[in-house]
Design a binder for this molecule. Structure first.
Ligand code: T1G
Length: 693
């Protein structure tokens, strides 16, 4: 049973115990409905506490998987449960510890009182799925916190902490350390005071407090869902059932909206099924980082933020001191902003132990190398690690493009070598490519994936190739963009076309941000390794003019002092024109549609080859990489999902047209695309996990 019933004198306690997040699935709803019937019929019961047996979550809301199921809605619906609780003659008290999200919070809003632990977070994140709250949340929340705060919570999808919720009247009290004892005592006092059950739906909308909520710069979800949210919150001034009817109309409409379907796909794509059982993982009690540069610092922050004690080594002691200073100032800033308490910050920093010699890392369970992207340097470090690390240690490299097998060959234990490609800033970006070397053992893969989950990363398995999944595709996307600039477009036109298509930033703005020197050195290697994929000369000319991008206030664009806003630069546009002439190219206009179509098809065709080569396990992994690591528009679900939206037959026809014009070996449609198109099967559902990894 996932709903446990306990009695404490005249108070019933209903605990939901349905790991991992008490998602309100059909089964859980049915068990909750039965339990509700039992407690309401129990003689002498004066109140019911509704709580969770899971340590960090009350409920993550409706089971998102069920939205894509066809057939009649299973009963009882969440709406039925909410009505059943609110109509109860005896008071229900929600005891919220951890996340109370979506339908989970709506269940709590149907209760007559809400008590929360200090670490509880309360939110209605449905907008991030292209939905709105669909169990009365748009009508009950304004009645408690006012329409301004309600609108902000629903449009932002962001949770609020317990104390903020208490100040708004969303919770009745913040519980102490002994949450359940405090909740029982509070409930007993409430009963002794004779206060009546307070039905939120019967309240008038609370006076809308001053709208001091921060403006939403990039609101999540879709325009349609945002319109729905505004209309539903606006309807909270109507009689409750009228407002609820408007909410239900909108909710049903959004369930079938393509944008919401893409967002719900993205949610699960970023949570890939475990391909290696956690039980196969080697224990990781201590980690270590080699390298105290930008990536090393970010990786160290990931480890200590997740409570993993870590040794830290850098061949240059000054660099290690600078790294530790950087971590200290990182936390000083967070403390000053009130984002973390001083003692909590000190506890995290105390997990770091700097060491003077690489041999001091001997006893750690996993070492993550994060030094300069240079093969000889990495190989020398792995030789040194191989010589000193205990036999069961995992040796991980953070390389972003170098051959993990070549690094592993510098050791006598290639089965223990794995790639952990963190994305910068490593402590912010959720994406982590776990690169499986040709000899990496399954238990080392399981260990890497288990650590990635512990670091709350979106861990995507990649095979070994130039650039793994993300950078390999990104390079082809950027190359096509650069070729169109050589043909006649200007960088700002390409960036504008891709932003209008939905990317947060255009490819050249990103290139400036990443640093043009990074791309320049990768291209010099690719000229040798992949001469069949030529780049236009103008990009190298920009770098050779000493323009390194945003960090030098001059790259493909120029930047005013202290600004990240790209400014068109006439000297670069003149350089581009001159380089086209030198290359014998007569520049012509390239329209925005062609720019977007060619750039997106470059991603699709490379994705299909990555799947054919089994570099990626499944198409949704490729989508997850681009959604969480490269700013691909979430409303389009990812490159593979977007290919299905275009229609695979159309994609194949476009690729055939491009191949007839130029670069046939690049543009020729991979057999996988042609087969799926012929069979009418979607690319984004493709998964060829034939042999265990
Ligand atoms: N439904 C189904 N599965 C869910 C789920 C959900 N709501 N939330 C999480 N999971 C699964 C997830 O796929 C993963 O599975 C595991 O739980 C751990 O998740 C009617 C319409 C709660 C903050 O949008 O934000 O209610 O990988 O890796 O990092 O108005 O999960 O183990 O197989 O994210 O600790 C609205 C979504 C639903 C909240 C925990 N609710 N979830 O984060 O773990 S719509 C949401 C989260 C709704 C009503 C409306 C996070 C979390 P697996 P995780 P985490």
């Amino acid at each position: 049973m996932s709903i446990r019933l306990a009695l404490r004198e005249s108070i019933g306690i209903l605990s939901a115990d349905s790991p991992p997040v008490n998602a309100l699935s059909r089964a859980l709803r049915q068990q909750l409905s039965q339990a509700l019937g039992q407690v309401m019929a129990a003689p002498g019961l004066r109140a019911v506490l509704l709580t969770s047996a899971l340590p960090k979550v009350f409920s993550a809301g409706a089971d998102i998987k069920e939205f894509s199921e066809t057939g009649p809605a299973a009963s009882p619906s969440l709406l039925d449960l909410v009505a059943q609780i609110e109509a109860s003659p005896i008071p229900f008290v929600a005891v919220l510890q951890g996340a109370a999200l979506g339908g989970g919070l709506e269940l709590a809003l149907a209760c007559h009182f809400r008590l929360a632990t200090a670490d509880a977070s309360l939110g209605l994140p449905e907008i991030t799925l292209g939905l709105i709250p669909g169990a009365g949340g748009t009508q009950r929340l304004p009645r408690l916190v006012g329409s301004a705060h309600a609108q902000h919570m629903i449009l932002s999808g962001a949770p609020v902490k317990a104390r903020q919720a208490h100040s708004w009247g969303l919770v009745d009290t913040v519980l102490g350390e002994n949450a359940m004892d405090d909740a029982l005592a509070w409930t007993q006092r409430m009963l002794d005071s004779g206060v009546q059950p307070r039905r939120v739906s019967a309240l008038a909308p609370a006076a809308s407090g001053e709208a001091n909520d921060p403006p939403l710069s990039r609101p999540p979800g879709s325009p349609l869902a945002r319109q729905a949210a505004a209309e539903c919150v606006g309807a909270a001034g109507l009689p409750f059932q009228q407002g609820l009817a408007i909410e239900q109309q909108w909710f049903k409409r959004l369930l079938n909206d393509p944008a919401s379907q893409a967002l719900r796909y993205a949610f699960f794509a970023e949570r890939p099924p475990l391909s290696h059982p956690a039980s196969a993982a080697r224990p990781v009690l201590h980690a270590a980082v080699v390298g105290a540069g930008t990536m090393g610092r970010g990786i160290m922050l990931c480890l200590i933020e997740s409570g993993v004690p870590a040794l830290w080594y850098d061949a240059h002691p000054n660099a290690l001191c600078a790294g530790i200073d950087a971590i200290n100032s990182h936390y000083k800033t967070l403390i000053a902003k009130g984002r973390i308490a001083d003692d909590a910050a000190q506890a995290r920093i105390a997990l770091i132990r700097p060491v003077a010699e690489i041999s001091d890392l001997r006893e750690t369970d996993i070492v993550i190398e994060a030094v300069f992207e240079d093969m000889p340097i990495k190989q020398s470090i792995f030789q040194a690690l191989d010589a000193c690390m205990h036999p069961g240690a995992v040796l991980a490299t953070n390389t972003s493009t170098l051959d993990v097998d070549q690094i592993a060959s510098a050791t006598g234990r290639p089965e223990s070598v794995v790639g952990l490609h963190f994305f910068s800033p490593a402590n912010v970006m959720r994406l982590l490519e776990v690169v499986r070397g040709s000899r990496t053992s399954p238990d080392v893969m399981a260990t890497a994936l288990s650590l990635a989950r512990r670091l709350r990363k979106t861990a995507i398995i990649s095979g070994v190739c130039d650039g793994f999944i993300g950078n390999r595709m990104w390079h082809q996307y950027l190359r096509q963009a650069a070729l169109m600039v050589e043909r006649g477009a200007l960088p700002y036109q390409v960036d504008e076309a891709m932003r209008n298509w939905g990317f947060a930033m255009g490819p050249f703005q990103v290139a400036d941000l990443a640093g043009l020197d990074v791309g320049y050195s990768i291209r010099q290697r690719q000229y040798i390794d992949a001469p069949q994929r030529p780049w236009p000369a103008w990009l190298d000319r920009v770098s050779e003019a000493g323009r390194l991008g945003l960090k030098a206030a001059a790259g493909i664009y120029s930047y005013h002092e202290g600004s990240r806003e790209p400014q068109r630069d006439a000297s670069i546009e003149a350089l581009i024109a001159a380089t086209s002439v030198d290359s014998g190219v007569v520049r012509q206009h390239v329209g925005a549609d062609e720019i977007a179509t060619r750039c997106v098809h470059a991603l699709i065709v490379e994705a299909a080859r990555i799947l054919e080569e089994k570099i990626a396990l499944r198409a949704s992994d490729i989508d997850a990489v681009f959604l969480s690591g490269y700013g691909f528009p979430r409303l389009r679900g990812g490159p593979c999902y977007a290919a299905d939206a275009l229609g695979l037959s159309n994609v194949v026809a476009t690729l055939q047209r491009y191949a007839a014009e130029a670069e046939p070996d690049f543009w020729r449609p991979p057999a996988l695309l042609e087969q799926l198109a012929l069979r009418g099967e979607p690319l984004h559902r493709y998964s060829k996990q034939q042999e265990p990894l």
